[in-house]
Design a protein around this ligand. Sequence first.
Ligand SMILES: *Cc1c(COP(=O)(O)O)cnc(C)c1O
Length: 420
Amino acid sequence: MSSLADVDPEIAELIRAEERRQADTVKLIPSENYVSRAVLEATGTVLTNKYSEGYAGKRYYEGQQVIDQIETVAIERAKALFGVNHANVQPYSGSPANLAIYLAFLNPGDTVMGMGLPFGGHLTHGWSVSATGKWFNPVRYGVRQDTGRIDMDEVRALALEHRPKLIFCGGTAIPRTIDFPAFAEIAREAGAVLAADIAHIAGLIAGGAHPSPVGHADVISTTTHKTLRGPRGAMLMATDDEHAKALNKAVFPGLQGGPHNHTTAAIAVALREAAGDDFKAYARQVVTNAKALAEELSSRGFELVSGGTDNHLILIDLTSKGVAGKPAAQALDRAGLETNYNTVPFDPRKPFDPSGLRIGTPSVTSRGMGESEMRQIGAWMDEVVTALAKGDADEADKVIARVHGEVSDLTSKFPAPGLA
Ligand SMILES: *Cc1c(COP(=O)(O)O)cnc(C)c1O
Protein backbone atom coordinates (compact mmCIF):
# COMPACT_ATOMS: atom_id res chain seq x y z
CA MET A 1 0.00 0.00 0.00
CA SER A 2 1.34 3.39 -0.95
CA SER A 3 1.43 6.10 1.65
CA LEU A 4 0.39 9.69 1.11
CA ALA A 5 4.03 10.72 0.77
CA ASP A 6 4.44 8.26 -2.15
CA VAL A 7 1.18 9.09 -3.91
CA ASP A 8 1.18 12.84 -3.44
CA PRO A 9 4.45 14.21 -2.08
CA GLU A 10 3.29 17.78 -2.71
CA ILE A 11 0.28 17.56 -0.39
CA ALA A 12 2.16 15.35 2.08
CA GLU A 13 4.85 18.00 2.43
CA LEU A 14 2.29 20.78 2.83
CA ILE A 15 0.56 18.83 5.61
CA ARG A 16 3.94 18.35 7.31
CA ALA A 17 4.57 22.10 6.97
CA GLU A 18 1.22 22.85 8.61
CA GLU A 19 2.06 20.39 11.42
CA ARG A 20 5.33 22.23 12.03
CA ARG A 21 3.55 25.59 11.91
CA GLN A 22 0.95 24.44 14.44
CA ALA A 23 3.62 22.99 16.70
CA ASP A 24 5.76 26.15 16.63
CA THR A 25 2.98 28.70 17.13
CA VAL A 26 1.23 29.92 20.25
CA LYS A 27 -2.33 29.62 18.97
CA LEU A 28 -4.59 32.17 20.58
CA ILE A 29 -7.52 31.92 18.16
CA PRO A 30 -10.45 31.19 20.50
CA SER A 31 -12.44 29.05 18.03
CA GLU A 32 -9.58 26.60 17.44
CA ASN A 33 -8.06 23.74 19.38
CA TYR A 34 -5.85 20.66 19.03
CA VAL A 35 -7.69 17.36 18.77
CA SER A 36 -6.18 14.25 20.31
CA ARG A 37 -4.41 11.59 18.29
CA ALA A 38 -7.44 9.35 18.92
CA VAL A 39 -9.80 11.88 17.32
CA LEU A 40 -7.41 12.30 14.37
CA GLU A 41 -7.24 8.54 13.89
CA ALA A 42 -11.03 8.18 13.82
CA THR A 43 -11.24 10.96 11.24
CA GLY A 44 -8.83 9.30 8.83
CA THR A 45 -10.71 6.01 8.36
CA VAL A 46 -12.68 3.99 5.80
CA LEU A 47 -15.89 5.33 7.34
CA THR A 48 -15.52 8.09 4.75
CA ASN A 49 -16.41 5.49 2.08
CA LYS A 50 -19.96 4.88 3.29
CA TYR A 51 -23.26 6.52 2.36
CA SER A 52 -25.83 6.54 5.18
CA GLU A 53 -28.64 8.93 4.27
CA GLY A 54 -31.31 8.73 6.95
CA TYR A 55 -31.03 7.76 10.59
CA ALA A 56 -30.15 4.53 12.42
CA GLY A 57 -32.70 1.85 11.52
CA LYS A 58 -34.19 4.02 8.73
CA ARG A 59 -31.52 4.34 6.05
CA TYR A 60 -31.78 4.56 2.28
CA TYR A 61 -28.70 2.41 1.59
CA GLU A 62 -27.84 -1.13 2.70
CA GLY A 63 -24.73 -2.03 4.67
CA GLN A 64 -25.40 0.10 7.77
CA GLN A 65 -24.68 -2.68 10.30
CA VAL A 66 -21.66 -0.81 11.66
CA ILE A 67 -22.51 2.82 10.85
CA ASP A 68 -25.82 2.58 12.76
CA GLN A 69 -23.89 1.50 15.85
CA ILE A 70 -21.34 4.30 15.50
CA GLU A 71 -23.95 7.01 15.08
CA THR A 72 -25.98 5.62 17.98
CA VAL A 73 -22.93 5.63 20.26
CA ALA A 74 -22.22 9.26 19.32
CA ILE A 75 -25.84 10.24 20.01
CA GLU A 76 -25.97 8.44 23.37
CA ARG A 77 -22.70 10.06 24.47
CA ALA A 78 -23.95 13.53 23.48
CA LYS A 79 -27.19 12.96 25.40
CA ALA A 80 -25.35 11.79 28.51
CA LEU A 81 -22.69 14.52 28.43
CA PHE A 82 -25.08 17.44 27.97
CA GLY A 83 -28.12 15.95 29.75
CA VAL A 84 -30.55 16.18 26.83
CA ASN A 85 -33.14 13.75 25.47
CA HIS A 86 -32.26 14.13 21.80
CA ALA A 87 -29.13 14.74 19.77
CA ASN A 88 -28.48 14.90 16.05
CA VAL A 89 -24.80 14.44 15.20
CA GLN A 90 -25.13 14.77 11.41
CA PRO A 91 -24.83 18.53 10.69
CA TYR A 92 -21.76 19.09 8.51
CA SER A 93 -20.70 22.12 10.55
CA GLY A 94 -22.06 24.91 12.73
CA SER A 95 -23.50 27.03 9.92
CA PRO A 96 -25.58 24.22 8.36
CA ALA A 97 -26.69 23.20 11.86
CA ASN A 98 -28.05 26.71 12.41
CA LEU A 99 -29.69 26.73 8.98
CA ALA A 100 -31.46 23.50 9.99
CA ILE A 101 -32.99 25.38 12.95
CA TYR A 102 -34.50 27.94 10.57
CA LEU A 103 -35.80 25.19 8.31
CA ALA A 104 -37.32 23.39 11.30
CA PHE A 105 -39.20 26.33 12.81
CA LEU A 106 -39.46 29.26 10.33
CA ASN A 107 -40.74 30.09 6.89
CA PRO A 108 -38.90 32.51 4.60
CA GLY A 109 -39.63 36.08 5.64
CA ASP A 110 -40.27 35.19 9.29
CA THR A 111 -38.54 37.22 11.96
CA VAL A 112 -35.39 35.99 13.70
CA MET A 113 -33.62 37.80 16.49
CA GLY A 114 -29.91 37.43 17.14
CA MET A 115 -26.90 39.33 18.29
CA GLY A 116 -25.49 41.60 15.58
CA LEU A 117 -22.24 40.41 14.03
CA PRO A 118 -20.24 43.50 15.11
CA PHE A 119 -21.32 42.87 18.72
CA GLY A 120 -20.23 39.24 18.76
CA GLY A 121 -23.09 37.37 17.10
CA HIS A 122 -22.56 34.83 14.30
CA LEU A 123 -23.29 35.40 10.60
CA THR A 124 -26.00 32.73 10.78
CA HIS A 125 -27.91 34.62 13.48
CA GLY A 126 -29.46 36.82 10.79
CA TRP A 127 -26.57 38.96 9.57
CA SER A 128 -27.25 40.74 6.27
CA VAL A 129 -24.71 38.97 4.02
CA SER A 130 -25.79 35.53 5.26
CA ALA A 131 -28.69 33.56 3.75
CA THR A 132 -30.26 33.89 7.20
CA GLY A 133 -30.31 37.67 6.86
CA LYS A 134 -31.43 37.64 3.21
CA TRP A 135 -34.25 35.08 3.45
CA PHE A 136 -35.52 35.96 6.91
CA ASN A 137 -36.36 39.21 8.65
CA PRO A 138 -33.57 39.87 11.14
CA VAL A 139 -33.80 41.91 14.32
CA ARG A 140 -30.52 42.48 16.14
CA TYR A 141 -29.53 43.14 19.70
CA GLY A 142 -26.11 44.26 20.88
CA VAL A 143 -24.25 45.19 24.02
CA ARG A 144 -24.36 48.38 26.07
CA GLN A 145 -21.62 50.83 25.19
CA ASP A 146 -20.81 51.54 28.85
CA THR A 147 -20.59 47.91 30.03
CA GLY A 148 -19.79 45.92 26.89
CA ARG A 149 -22.44 43.45 28.07
CA ILE A 150 -25.77 42.35 26.61
CA ASP A 151 -28.59 44.59 27.78
CA MET A 152 -31.39 42.13 28.65
CA ASP A 153 -33.89 45.00 28.88
CA GLU A 154 -33.09 45.88 25.27
CA VAL A 155 -33.43 42.21 24.23
CA ARG A 156 -36.83 42.01 25.94
CA ALA A 157 -38.10 45.27 24.44
CA LEU A 158 -37.03 44.23 20.93
CA ALA A 159 -38.55 40.77 21.32
CA LEU A 160 -41.89 42.13 22.48
CA GLU A 161 -41.92 44.76 19.72
CA HIS A 162 -40.96 42.48 16.81
CA ARG A 163 -42.28 39.10 18.05
CA PRO A 164 -39.58 36.95 16.42
CA LYS A 165 -40.36 33.27 15.82
CA LEU A 166 -36.78 32.39 16.73
CA ILE A 167 -34.27 33.96 19.10
CA PHE A 168 -30.58 33.07 19.10
CA CYS A 169 -28.38 33.52 22.12
CA GLY A 170 -24.65 32.88 22.09
CA GLY A 171 -22.03 34.06 19.64
CA THR A 172 -18.45 34.21 18.47
CA ALA A 173 -16.93 37.10 20.38
CA ILE A 174 -18.71 37.18 23.73
CA PRO A 175 -16.32 37.25 26.70
CA ARG A 176 -19.08 36.96 29.30
CA THR A 177 -21.45 34.27 30.62
CA ILE A 178 -24.67 33.89 28.63
CA ASP A 179 -27.74 34.33 30.83
CA PHE A 180 -29.79 31.41 29.48
CA PRO A 181 -32.64 31.70 32.05
CA ALA A 182 -33.16 35.37 31.18
CA PHE A 183 -33.23 34.61 27.43
CA ALA A 184 -35.69 31.75 28.08
CA GLU A 185 -38.06 34.03 29.96
CA ILE A 186 -37.99 36.59 27.14
CA ALA A 187 -38.53 33.90 24.49
CA ARG A 188 -41.51 32.58 26.44
CA GLU A 189 -43.03 36.06 26.72
CA ALA A 190 -42.51 36.71 23.01
CA GLY A 191 -43.70 33.24 21.93
CA ALA A 192 -40.35 32.47 20.24
CA VAL A 193 -38.28 29.33 19.96
CA LEU A 194 -35.04 29.89 21.86
CA ALA A 195 -31.88 28.52 20.23
CA ALA A 196 -28.71 28.50 22.31
CA ASP A 197 -25.72 28.48 19.97
CA ILE A 198 -22.96 27.16 22.23
CA ALA A 199 -20.39 26.61 19.46
CA HIS A 200 -17.68 28.47 21.35
CA ILE A 201 -18.45 27.33 24.88
CA ALA A 202 -19.64 23.72 24.45
CA GLY A 203 -16.45 22.35 26.01
CA LEU A 204 -16.76 24.71 28.97
CA ILE A 205 -20.38 23.61 29.47
CA ALA A 206 -19.47 19.92 29.17
CA GLY A 207 -16.68 20.44 31.69
CA GLY A 208 -18.85 22.40 34.11
CA ALA A 209 -17.06 25.74 33.61
CA HIS A 210 -20.04 27.61 32.13
CA PRO A 211 -23.78 27.25 32.99
CA SER A 212 -25.72 24.92 30.71
CA PRO A 213 -28.62 26.02 28.48
CA VAL A 214 -30.36 22.69 29.10
CA GLY A 215 -33.75 23.30 30.70
CA HIS A 216 -33.81 26.84 29.31
CA ALA A 217 -33.25 26.75 25.54
CA ASP A 218 -35.64 24.84 23.26
CA VAL A 219 -32.86 23.83 20.92
CA ILE A 220 -29.09 23.81 21.31
CA SER A 221 -26.66 24.12 18.44
CA THR A 222 -22.96 23.53 18.71
CA THR A 223 -19.88 22.94 16.65
CA THR A 224 -17.74 20.06 17.84
CA HIS A 225 -14.31 21.50 16.94
CA LYS A 226 -13.91 24.49 19.27
CA THR A 227 -13.63 24.12 23.06
CA LEU A 228 -15.23 20.66 22.76
CA ARG A 229 -11.99 19.55 21.05
CA GLY A 230 -13.51 17.21 18.48
CA PRO A 231 -13.40 17.03 14.66
CA ARG A 232 -14.92 19.74 12.43
CA GLY A 233 -18.62 19.07 12.74
CA ALA A 234 -21.72 20.04 14.67
CA MET A 235 -24.63 18.76 16.74
CA LEU A 236 -28.20 19.83 17.41
CA MET A 237 -29.78 18.96 20.73
CA ALA A 238 -33.25 19.25 22.23
CA THR A 239 -35.24 18.07 25.22
CA ASP A 240 -38.73 18.15 23.71
CA ASP A 241 -39.73 15.32 21.32
CA GLU A 242 -41.50 17.64 18.85
CA HIS A 243 -38.54 20.00 18.62
CA ALA A 244 -36.22 17.04 18.05
CA LYS A 245 -38.44 15.61 15.31
CA ALA A 246 -38.48 18.96 13.50
CA LEU A 247 -34.69 19.27 13.76
CA ASN A 248 -34.09 15.74 12.46
CA LYS A 249 -36.37 16.33 9.45
CA ALA A 250 -34.62 19.63 8.74
CA VAL A 251 -31.11 18.11 8.78
CA PHE A 252 -32.18 15.17 6.62
CA PRO A 253 -33.88 15.27 4.14
CA GLY A 254 -34.36 19.04 4.51
CA LEU A 255 -30.84 20.27 4.13
CA GLN A 256 -28.25 17.53 3.83
CA GLY A 257 -27.56 14.23 2.14
CA GLY A 258 -25.32 11.56 3.61
CA PRO A 259 -23.72 12.19 6.99
CA HIS A 260 -19.91 12.27 7.27
CA ASN A 261 -19.49 8.98 9.10
CA HIS A 262 -15.76 9.42 9.77
CA THR A 263 -16.63 12.69 11.48
CA THR A 264 -19.43 11.04 13.44
CA ALA A 265 -16.97 8.47 14.79
CA ALA A 266 -14.50 11.19 15.75
CA ILE A 267 -17.28 13.16 17.46
CA ALA A 268 -18.05 10.03 19.49
CA VAL A 269 -14.39 9.80 20.53
CA ALA A 270 -14.28 13.49 21.49
CA LEU A 271 -17.47 13.11 23.54
CA ARG A 272 -15.94 10.18 25.40
CA GLU A 273 -12.85 12.28 26.14
CA ALA A 274 -15.02 15.23 27.24
CA ALA A 275 -16.86 13.03 29.75
CA GLY A 276 -13.65 12.35 31.69
CA ASP A 277 -12.33 14.10 34.79
CA ASP A 278 -9.29 15.34 32.86
CA PHE A 279 -11.61 17.32 30.64
CA LYS A 280 -13.33 18.96 33.62
CA ALA A 281 -9.91 20.10 34.82
CA TYR A 282 -9.14 21.28 31.29
CA ALA A 283 -12.33 23.35 31.06
CA ARG A 284 -11.65 25.01 34.42
CA GLN A 285 -8.05 25.74 33.43
CA VAL A 286 -9.16 27.32 30.14
CA VAL A 287 -11.12 29.89 32.17
CA THR A 288 -8.40 30.36 34.82
CA ASN A 289 -5.88 30.94 32.03
CA ALA A 290 -8.13 33.42 30.24
CA LYS A 291 -8.56 35.40 33.45
CA ALA A 292 -4.79 35.43 34.05
CA LEU A 293 -4.10 36.57 30.48
CA ALA A 294 -6.84 39.23 30.72
CA GLU A 295 -5.37 40.56 33.96
CA GLU A 296 -1.88 40.74 32.49
CA LEU A 297 -3.13 42.59 29.41
CA SER A 298 -5.23 45.01 31.51
CA SER A 299 -2.26 45.79 33.75
CA ARG A 300 -0.31 46.67 30.59
CA GLY A 301 -2.87 49.19 29.39
CA PHE A 302 -4.85 47.01 27.00
CA GLU A 303 -8.54 47.90 27.00
CA LEU A 304 -10.73 44.79 27.18
CA VAL A 305 -14.33 44.80 26.00
CA SER A 306 -16.51 44.37 29.14
CA GLY A 307 -13.36 44.81 31.23
CA GLY A 308 -12.34 41.15 31.32
CA THR A 309 -13.63 37.64 30.75
CA ASP A 310 -15.79 34.90 32.32
CA ASN A 311 -14.91 32.27 29.75
CA HIS A 312 -12.20 31.30 27.25
CA LEU A 313 -12.27 34.49 25.19
CA ILE A 314 -10.85 38.01 25.42
CA LEU A 315 -11.81 40.85 23.10
CA ILE A 316 -9.21 43.62 23.01
CA ASP A 317 -9.88 47.17 21.83
CA LEU A 318 -6.45 48.34 20.63
CA THR A 319 -7.46 52.00 20.26
CA SER A 320 -5.69 52.95 23.50
CA LYS A 321 -2.48 51.36 22.16
CA GLY A 322 -2.55 53.44 18.96
CA VAL A 323 -2.60 50.39 16.62
CA ALA A 324 -5.39 48.84 14.53
CA GLY A 325 -6.35 45.18 14.77
CA LYS A 326 -5.09 43.92 11.41
CA PRO A 327 -1.49 45.22 11.56
CA ALA A 328 -1.30 44.07 15.19
CA ALA A 329 -2.53 40.56 14.29
CA GLN A 330 -0.03 40.40 11.41
CA ALA A 331 2.90 41.52 13.59
CA LEU A 332 1.91 39.08 16.34
CA ASP A 333 1.71 36.25 13.78
CA ARG A 334 5.26 37.05 12.66
CA ALA A 335 6.26 36.73 16.33
CA GLY A 336 4.63 33.27 16.52
CA LEU A 337 1.51 34.49 18.33
CA GLU A 338 -1.55 33.58 16.26
CA THR A 339 -4.62 35.79 16.85
CA ASN A 340 -7.41 37.20 14.74
CA TYR A 341 -8.40 40.81 14.17
CA ASN A 342 -11.99 41.54 15.07
CA THR A 343 -14.50 44.34 15.29
CA VAL A 344 -15.24 45.66 18.76
CA PRO A 345 -18.71 46.91 19.74
CA PHE A 346 -19.37 50.40 18.29
CA ASP A 347 -16.18 50.07 16.22
CA PRO A 348 -15.57 53.27 14.24
CA ARG A 349 -13.34 51.32 11.80
CA LYS A 350 -14.33 49.01 8.92
CA PRO A 351 -14.84 45.20 9.39
CA PHE A 352 -11.78 44.44 7.20
CA ASP A 353 -9.66 46.86 9.20
CA PRO A 354 -11.20 46.93 12.67
CA SER A 355 -9.97 48.15 16.07
CA GLY A 356 -9.84 44.85 17.91
CA LEU A 357 -8.13 41.55 18.46
CA ARG A 358 -9.94 38.39 19.51
CA ILE A 359 -7.92 35.89 21.51
CA GLY A 360 -8.60 32.86 23.68
CA THR A 361 -7.03 30.09 25.71
CA PRO A 362 -8.51 26.72 24.54
CA SER A 363 -5.45 25.76 22.47
CA VAL A 364 -2.67 26.88 24.82
CA THR A 365 -4.49 25.11 27.67
CA SER A 366 -4.64 21.91 25.60
CA ARG A 367 -0.83 22.13 25.42
CA GLY A 368 -0.69 22.18 29.22
CA MET A 369 0.20 25.83 29.64
CA GLY A 370 -0.86 27.57 32.86
CA GLU A 371 -1.12 31.02 34.39
CA SER A 372 2.59 31.86 34.35
CA GLU A 373 2.74 31.12 30.61
CA MET A 374 -0.35 33.32 30.14
CA ARG A 375 1.41 36.22 31.85
CA GLN A 376 4.42 35.68 29.59
CA ILE A 377 2.18 35.65 26.51
CA GLY A 378 0.54 38.90 27.67
CA ALA A 379 3.98 40.48 28.08
CA TRP A 380 5.02 39.38 24.57
CA MET A 381 1.82 40.76 23.07
CA ASP A 382 2.51 44.07 24.79
CA GLU A 383 6.11 44.19 23.54
CA VAL A 384 5.08 43.53 19.93
CA VAL A 385 2.11 45.93 19.92
CA THR A 386 4.08 48.67 21.68
CA ALA A 387 6.98 48.31 19.22
CA LEU A 388 4.53 48.47 16.32
CA ALA A 389 2.86 51.60 17.71
CA LYS A 390 6.19 53.44 17.78
CA GLY A 391 6.25 53.35 13.98
CA ASP A 392 9.93 52.39 13.55
CA ALA A 393 9.77 49.32 11.28
CA ASP A 394 13.38 48.22 11.90
CA GLU A 395 12.97 48.41 15.67
CA ALA A 396 9.66 46.52 15.46
CA ASP A 397 11.31 43.80 13.32
CA LYS A 398 13.98 43.34 15.99
CA VAL A 399 11.41 42.99 18.77
CA ILE A 400 9.34 40.58 16.66
CA ALA A 401 12.39 38.42 15.90
CA ARG A 402 13.44 38.29 19.56
CA VAL A 403 9.90 37.46 20.75
CA HIS A 404 9.60 34.76 18.07
CA GLY A 405 12.73 33.11 19.46
CA GLU A 406 11.30 33.16 22.97
CA VAL A 407 7.95 31.84 21.71
CA SER A 408 9.77 28.91 20.04
CA ASP A 409 11.46 28.06 23.33
CA LEU A 410 8.06 27.97 25.01
CA THR A 411 6.27 25.89 22.34
CA SER A 412 9.09 23.33 22.38
CA LYS A 413 8.39 22.76 26.09
CA PHE A 414 4.63 22.25 25.59
CA PRO A 415 4.00 19.74 22.78
CA ALA A 416 0.54 20.04 21.25
CA PRO A 417 -1.83 17.04 21.44
CA GLY A 418 -2.17 15.16 18.18
CA LEU A 419 1.06 16.53 16.72
CA ALA A 420 4.13 14.39 16.29
C1 LIG B 1 -18.11 28.85 14.79
C2 LIG B 1 -19.53 29.23 14.98
C3 LIG B 1 -20.53 28.81 14.10
C4 LIG B 1 -20.28 28.19 12.74
O1 LIG B 1 -19.51 27.13 12.66
P1 LIG B 1 -18.85 26.65 11.28
O2 LIG B 1 -18.50 25.26 11.62
O3 LIG B 1 -17.69 27.55 11.04
O4 LIG B 1 -19.87 26.75 10.20
C5 LIG B 1 -21.84 29.11 14.41
N1 LIG B 1 -22.15 29.79 15.51
C6 LIG B 1 -21.22 30.23 16.37
C7 LIG B 1 -21.62 30.98 17.58
C8 LIG B 1 -19.87 29.97 16.13
O5 LIG B 1 -18.95 30.44 16.96
